[in-house]
Design a protein around this ligand. Sequence first.
Ligand SMILES: [Fe+2]
Ligand SMILES: [Fe+2]
Length: 190
Amino acid sequence: MSEAGTGARRTGEGRLPGDPTPRQMVERVIRVDHAGEYGAKRIYQGQLAVLRGTKWEKLIRHMQAQEQVHLDTFSGLIPKRRVRPTALLPVWHVAGFALGAATALLGHRAAMACTVAVEEAIDEHYQAQEAALGEDEAELRGHIRQFRAEELEHRDIGLEHEAEQAPAYRLLSAAIKAGCKVAIKVSERV
Ligand SMILES: [Fe+2]
Ligand SMILES: [Fe+2]
């Protein structure tokens, strides 16, 4: 975590022949983050569909509102930076909602465990992006840094609300994190 926030001096600095160009790196960052924030919003919508009217609603709405700001930021960057959005939005539309609703159906602890797993995966992902983007992309890196702090707040909310007491916590968490990593890999390119 230590050096992650500093960033390279220039985006793509130290890249090897065959590595993505700085332009390709920025495109991938915006494409995958737009996809991820879209998925995050859908996860919380899925959780709300099940937990609406319970004492968890307010907490979930708070996290969802922050995801909406994250999503709106990347939605604005797609045309501004002329990036092709992922072709997989319809997939994340369904998969995000299904993940949120399915875990919430297992109970609030599983819903919180889902949040913790997703946000831990996103934290790692955003850290790597912060380190790869340079001063020439200070604005984009600033957004990512701010959003990462909020994702960590979501993780902490999950941990404070008994995520680790969810049924089969380790298995659930490992499966969701593995899913996130696959989703990240494909959304960078597709
Ligand atoms: Fe987010
Ligand atoms: Fe989040």
